[in-house]
Design a protein around this ligand. Structure first.
Ligand code: FES
Ligand code: FES
Length: 164
């Protein structure tokens, strides 16, 4: 069947079997391998993407269900010059990346949270990451990266709120 949707802000059209998952569609047909394949049962978050701005496990999404909708993968998250954006830079600067397997999902979980909550507490950040497993970092640096990004973005948009 023909599936039309917006992928990383561009309209796409792909002929695919009706029973394929969004994860398989992204990796096999679009070669967007930043979306990782791991548990395939919705437990690890490695396959996270944004669907109309909400974090979803693409291994649990039937590809035809994205018809007419907006899908953003990690390849769609970057600065204007195509390099890492502020959140991605903070992941690097805070030492939040070790093997890197979970990081696309973590970054997308962070972006999903920051799109609805500009000043999340550390607890709220941890809750937002609850569906994303990391075997390497212990999560503290990941939470640091998201918290630092939230504060920097808030200051950029509301510099009058600076406390120091
Ligand atoms: S591969 Fe989808 S949640 Fe683990
Ligand atoms: S950095 Fe290795 S699983 Fe998270």
């Amino acid at each position: 069947m023909l599936i039309n949707f917006n992928l990383n802000h561009k309209p796409v059209s792909v002929d695919a079997p009706a029973d394929i998952t969004l994860l398989a569609l992204l990796r096999d047909r679009f070669k967007l391998t930043g979306t990782k394949e791991a548990c395939e049962v919705g437990e690890c978050g490695a396959c996270s993407v944004l669907l109309d701005g909400e974090l979803v496990n693409s291994c649990l999404v039937a590809a035809p269900s994205v018809m007419g909708r907006n899908v953003v993968t990690i390849e769609g998250i970057h600065a204007e010059d195509g390099g890492p954006n502020d959140l991605q830079r903070n992941f690097i600067e805070k030492g939040a990346v070790q093997c890197g397997f979970c990081i696309p999902g973590m970054v997308l979980a962070g972006e999903a949270l920051l799109s609805i909550k500009s000043d999340p507490s550390r607890l709220e950040i941890r809750e937002a990451l609850a569906g994303n497993l990391c075997r390497c970092t212990g999560y503290m640096q990941i939470v640091d990266a998201i918290e630092t990004t939230a504060k920097a973005r808030a200051e950029k948009h509301h510099p009058e709120k600076r406390e120091d």
